[in-house]
Design a protein around this ligand. Structure first.
Ligand code: NDP
Ligand code: 8X3
Length: 253
């Protein structure tokens, strides 16, 4: 029987690319995100490969998270793989001038949202003594950088939760692992800079950044390992990047 994967943040970037590769490899997919038009378009695109279900909710909304996941039709109610991907940076300001709404967004989405979705799905994995959770962290969860403050803190929390989940769920044979990308060219910087596309494009100027498909390929590799193999933690950079702050913009790749 084909496995079912629930992907949060499937309307863009890494989540959408992951949904595409999993669908083409016959996983059934539950696509999640807030933008319903994009969910519908992706459902239409991927339905030629596999069965697709969409759930539109804001991961910050505790009630909506549980109601949506509890409302899944029978054919999608057994979730084998959870990809906790939804998240963003909001702003890039020093701590002294940071915007409180940006801080709330990053903590509520990247940390609490990930927790709510996990809490809604873990009980059924425990009951079946099987399941696989992939948490999308970041290099910002391994290092900090100037003005990264709250985003880095939120991704350090994801790193801690990933390790804790693996320990707590170990008695049940549930696999838990994280992927921590460096710079990936998605809508991430547009969101961080609140729609300022010129500023967003400078982030990826003169480098070949990772593409969403590069991370999706790795996620597919991780979830398709045999059941005794759990890839616990991966840091992935574009070749041009050596750390959160060291980027070589002179390479010709
Ligand atoms: P995108 O902005 O392209 O995608 C973000 C996704 O998250 C969208 O599908 C968006 O869907 C969803 N999302 C955001 N807020 C919410 C919310 N409140 N409720 C539900 N869904 C939400 O960025 P990426 O693909 O790059 O980001 C995906 C993950 O990868 C994030 O966790 C990010 O922190 C991480 N990451 C990204 C890196 C990069 O350089 N791009 C590097 C390292 C990690 P919608 O708006 O429709 O709700
Ligand atoms: C995204 C990568 O370096 O912008 O998580 O924080 S970075």
């Amino acid at each position: 029987m084909n496995k079912t994967a629930l992907v949060t943040g499937a309307t863009s970037g890494i989540g959408r690319a992951t949904a595409r590769i999993l669908a083409k490899n016959n996983y059934k997919i539950i696509l999640c995100g807030r933008r319903e038009d994009r969910l519908t378009a992706l459902e239409k695109e991927l339905s030629e490969y596999t069965e697709i279900h969409t759930l539109s909710f804001d991961v910050r909304d505790k009630k909506a998270v549980f109601e949506s996941i509890n409302s899944l039709p029978e054919a999608f109610s057994t979730i084998d793989i959870l990809i906790n991907n939804a998240g963003n940076a909001h702003g890039l300001d020093p701590i002294q001038t940071g915007d409180l709404d940006d801080w709330d967004a990053m903590i509520d989405i990247n940390v609490k949202g990930l927790l709510y979705v996990s809490k809604a799905i873990i009980p059924q994995m425990i009951e079946r003594k099987s399941g696989h959770i992939i948490n999308i962290g970041s290099i910002a969860g391994k290092e900090v950088y100037p003005n990264g403050n709250v985003y880095c803190a939120s991704k350090h929390a994801v790193d801690a939760l990933n390790q804790s989940m693996r320990m707590d769920l170990n008695p049940y044979g549930i696999r838990v692992g994280a992927i921590h990308p460096g710079m990936v060219e998605t809508e991430f910087s547009e969101v961080r800079f609140k729609g300022d596309t010129d500023r967003a494009s400078t982030v990826y100027k003169d480098i070949k950044a990772l593409q969403a498909e590069d991370i999706a390929d790795i996620i597919y590799f991780v979830v398709s390992r045999p059941s005794h193999v759990n890839i616990g933690d991966l840091v992935v950079f574009p070749t041009a990047q050596a750390s959160a702050t060291i980027v070589n913009r002179t390479l010709d790749l």
